[in-house]
Write a protein that binds this ligand. Structure first.
Ligand code: TMP
Ligand code: ASP
Length: 241
């Protein structure tokens, strides 16, 4: 399957049409942004690393019965995906206090949470992705109640699997962001699951292995993404989560 025409260019990826009207190619770039695009940079080889990480995780999630847009990885920066009508909501799942939650609640990063928290954000760059709740989602018609319930159920299932999976390779899954869309009437997990949209901490050293290294100028950004890929690919057989 080859790229035909550029459909949309985002901050970290480009979407291309293919000869199949139901399929798109998601092309992963090295560009990185933070703080609503105010901070820009390049993370060397990020596109290649993120495509491999995300493809691997989508395959593992599919094997757990979680429906995703993933079809294949035809190139080192290319992911073949089912075409979605994107639901304009970012679903954030949190297991440990960090980032904006630490700020909002005046808590130390790393404080464990008694229960998993799900938050919703309205996907809008000009507005800076404001936080919303189920009432906003229904009132503004961003998703139906059924769609919302399905996204929540899927996000919790993704969290259960990924928390155990990352734990088995020595990484704490602190929090992450998911996006969903509709394909032929079905809700599928879309976008990507990569260190760009997850907080991943080394279990022992607590070292950050994610985009916070870029956001906070901690250095060794590509190296951290590389380490995540290596750890998830090296997972010993028989210990598969
Ligand atoms: P936050 O603590 O900044 O709200 O981020 C929570 C999680 O969501 C974190 O893993 C990073 C991810 N995230 C994105 O993927 N895109 C974004 O634009 C933001 C703000 C966060
Ligand atoms: N996704 C970015 C971040 O995680 C936000 C942006 O793209 O501006 O900070």
């Amino acid at each position: 399957m080859k790229k035909i025409e550029k459909l949309y260019e985002g901050k970290a990826k480009v979407l291309y049409t293919t000869e199949d009207e139901n399929l798109l190619i998601q092309y992963f770039k090295d560009e990185a942004t933070a703080f609503d695009g105010k901070k820009k940079g390049i993370i060397e080889n990020k596109g290649i690393l993120n495509n491999s990480i995300s493809s691997h995780l989508f395959r593992r999630l599919e094997a757990q019965g979680i429906k995703t847009h993933f079809v294949d990885m035809p190139g080192e920066r290319e992911m073949l995906v089912k075409k979605l009508r994107i639901i304009p909501i970012e679903v954030v799942v949190r297991n440990v206090v960090a980032g904006s939650l630490a700020k909002r609640m005046g808590l130390e990063e790393g404080t464990p949470l008694k229960e998993t928290i799900i938050e919703f954000y309205y996907k809008s760059d000009p507005l800076g992705d404001p936080m919303i709740n189920a009432y906003h989602i229904k009132a503004f018609g961003l998703a139906t109640l059924d769609e919302l319930k399905e996204m929540e159920t899927s996000a919790l299932k993704v969290n259960r699997f990924l928390t155990e999976f990352f734990d088995s390779v020595g990484i704490t899954l602190v929090d992450f962001k998911l996006e969903y869309g509709v394909h032929k009437g079905e809700i599928l997990l879309g976008d990507e699951i990569t260190p760009d949209g997850c907080r991943l901490w080394d279990k022992q050293t607590k070292e950050k292995l994610d985009k916070d290294r870029f956001r906070r100028d901690l250095g060794q950004v590509s190296e951290a993404y590389e380490l995540v890929l290596k750890k998830i690919m090296d997972q010993p057989k028989g210990k598969r989560a």
